[in-house]
Unconditional design. Structure first.
Length: 249
């Protein structure tokens, strides 16, 4: 047992999926440009202003802008996505409405599977941790995409289907405690026997510690290599990358 969590006996590690194990941002960027390229490939471009690559950059800039302006608890992400898409496609002869946006983002989600990639060191880290702990996934992503990605990345030996927990099948979205409680109940793990690993402070760390789980926050900009803090009664270890998990678990 790692000294970071000693003397509590840990039996299971729960992982977030997107942007913890999988580089989902890179997947989205590649899928966005491919899908938009399929829409616009038949049109002649007089200049580079109306390129899929430029549209992606505008979309991401608008997303960051709206995130900063969004009051806590207001403006759902679906509304934000449509507003950002309208800005991104302003240079194209495309009418962006709710129906178009729904179909466009569904195509992106399907296409992302072609680009799904693990962060460096994930497989080696899971193999090392799997020798000492049971491993599971708790994800806000769709169940269909979660199972697809696990299969394509050949992670089924680490995460069998019964240890995949998603908001679309097992309950509310993180950070709501319902999803964590379902995972604990179905695995037979007491909160003190588990650790949650994720990149989102709100969804993964705050959500899990409220349910009595200790946690590891993967935060690449962290100044120190490894540090720890308390959230309520729970211990949170902060690391820069997934490869450091073998040193804290």
């Amino acid at each position: 047992m790692s000294p970071f969590f000693f003397p509590a006996p840990k039996k299971m590690i729960f992982f977030d999926m997107n942007n913890t194990l999988v580089d989902r941002r890179q997947c989205f960027d590649s899928a966005f440009t491919e899908v938009l390229g399929d829409y616009t490939g038949r049109w002649e471009q007089e200049d580079g202003a109306a390129s899929p690559e430029n549209a992606l950059q505008i979309y991401k800039q608008e997303w960051q802008k709206l995130r900063k302006l969004r009051p806590r608890g207001h403006r759902p992400s679906e509304e934000m996505r449509i507003a950002c898409l309208e800005k991104a496609l302003d240079a194209f002869p495309i009418s962006v409405n709710e129906t178009f946006a729904k179909g466009f983002f569904e195509q992106i989600e399907e296409t992302e599977g072609n680009y799904v990639r693990l962060f460096p060191g994930v497989e080696e880290t899971l193999a090392a941790l799997g020798e000492r702990y049971k491993l599971a996934v708790i994800s806000n992503g769709s169940r269909k995409r979660l199972e697809r990605d696990i299969g394509r990345l050949r992670l089924s030996s680490f995460f069998p289907e019964k240890l995949l927990f998603s908001s679309t099948k097992n309950g509310p979205r993180k950070p709501h405690p319902g999803l964590y409680r379902t995972a604990l109940k179905e695995t037979g793990i007491a909160p003190g026997q588990g650790v949650m690993v994720g990149n989102s402070w709100k969804n993964d760390i705050i959500g899990s510690t409220r349910c009595g789980l200790d946690a590891v926050w993967i935060y690449p900009p962290h100044v120190k290599k490894i540090s720890q803090r308390k959230v309520g009664r729970q211990k949170v270890i902060i690391v820069r990358s997934v490869k450091q998990l073998v040193h804290v678990l």
